[in-house]
Design a protein around this ligand. Structure first.
Ligand code: SF4
Length: 401
């Protein structure tokens, strides 16, 4: 497999984790609870953590929310959950950090959006205060620029300058340049205000796949700050997953990206943790990290008219994910286990032999037996109604031994 060479960057500490250069690309997520609900927010952070989120962002949007951040941190600590919390500030971050010093201390990172800190001298003062707080409390900062909330005065200034040229650039090119300029000039301002360079992470999120790739590829060339990747407003369900994966995969392949978030709009009733699972699977399928043993399964076809094969593939993947909280501690390296569940004799034995452990279920018209392969060798042949349970038992035995 081709090794992806990571872009070399500053190395930034966020609470108990590190970001940048050859540190593992971190999975991030964000709560959607009201931060005022300290108990509910702490529980969701814990759920996201259990699913695999390594950094969790929470909205800090009001005095009531800011007043609860330290309690959320304490509740998490009491649950044995040390996941770093990032405070998402917009419009009033400076006031909240000023009035709630326990909030300023409890967070591991502040997300500052230069597009909505404020305008003119007042805006500069607010930005400066937030940066000074980060420096004072030794916190990391993500300067997170977003297409939807780009600094309008900067955008207008750059648009006007472009129009004055003999050959103006296309408007969308100027807007992309404005995004990058906003991130880089804000980072420079932060350093001028005394924030060390190795406390800064940048992001420039847009909602179009091609634009995101272009913006980040350019940004990556122009600085050595670690970059947080995410396609903003990616959307719901498969659209959000496909769009995010398409954009992020291209950048990750180029070694760009030090933390990622898959910004999925959850289907009503769907768990918030889905975005974490997708982020992990993206990194794992690209060979960048291993989180959970992944199941290789064929799509099934006219040779698999029963649902036994699909159900086993689903149950095994679910089972493996469920076990990881315990297995990760007991069996180091188990996350790279490769399990195959195949539907018939055409590709079943071949794929099963390539996996660490695989089963080739019988297709329609085949003898109703299922050979199981372990480390490339046929180990046992299952038959009867309990093949699924027996296969799970073989997987368990393999992991334990
Ligand atoms: Fe169909 Fe067999 Fe191929 Fe699966 S392995 S897709 S069941 S032919």
């Amino acid at each position: 497999m081709n090794e992806i060479k990571r872009r070399q960057t500053q190395q930034v500490q966020i609470g108990n984790v590190w970001v940048g250069s050859d540190h593992p690309i971190l999975v991030q997520s964000m709560t959607n609870t009201d931060t005022v609900d300290a108990e509910g927010t702490a529980l969701q952070v814990k759920q996201l953590t259990d699913a695999g989120s390594e950094v969790v962002r929470i909205t800090v949007n009001s005095p009531e929310a800011a007043s609860k951040v330290a309690e959320i941190r304490q509740r998490l600590d009491d649950m044995g959950c040390n996941t770093p919390l990032v405070g998402d500030f917009h419009f009033n971050g400076e006031r909240l950090l000023r009035d709630y010093q326990d909030c300023a201390k409890a967070l591991a990172k502040y997300r500052i959006n230069p597009g909505n800190v404020g305008k003119g001298v007042k805006g500069d003062e607010k930005f400066a205060y937030m940066i000074e707080q980060a420096a004072l409390h030794d916190k990391a900062v993500r300067i997170g620029v977003n297409w939807g909330s780009l600094d309008q005065s900067l955008a207008k200034k750059m648009m006007d300058a472009n129009l004055a040229l003999a050959h103006p650039a296309p408007a969308d090119a100027v807007m992309k340049e404005a995004l990058i300029t906003s991130a880089l000039t804000s980072a420079q301002k932060a350093m001028d205000l005394g924030l060390p360079k190795n406390k800064i992470i940048l992001s420039c999120k847009v909602s179009n796949v091609q634009d995101l790739i272009e913006v980040y590829a350019d940004l990556a060339k122009r600085c050595d700050f670690p970059l947080h990747l995410g396609l903003t407003e990616a959307g719901m369900g498969s659209k959000g997953i496909v769009a995010s994966s398409a954009a992020l995969a291209v950048l990750l392949q180029q070694g760009i990206g030090d933390t990622i978030r898959i910004s999925l709009t959850p289907e009503p009733g769907a768990p918030r943790t889905q975005e974490v699972v997708v982020a992990q699977e993206l990194l794992q399928t690209m060979g960048l990290r291993n989180f959970t043993p992944l199941v290789t399964a064929c799509p099934g076809c006219g040779r698999t008219t029963s649902t036994v094969f699909q159900e086993l593939a689903r149950d095994i993947q679910h089972y493996l994910r469920e076990q990881m909280a315990v297995w990760r501690l007991k069996y180091p390296g188990v996350e790279s286990l490769n399990v195959a569940v195949m539907g018939c004799v055409v590709n079943g034995p071949g794929e099963s032999k390539l996996a660490d452990i695989g089963i080739s279920l019988p297709g329609t018209g085949e003898t109703p037996i299922a050979p199981v392969y372990v480390d490339g060798e046929r180990k046992v042949t299952l038959k009867g109604d309990n093949m699924a349970q027996e296969f799970i038992a073989i997987v368990e035995e393999y992991v334990e031994t």
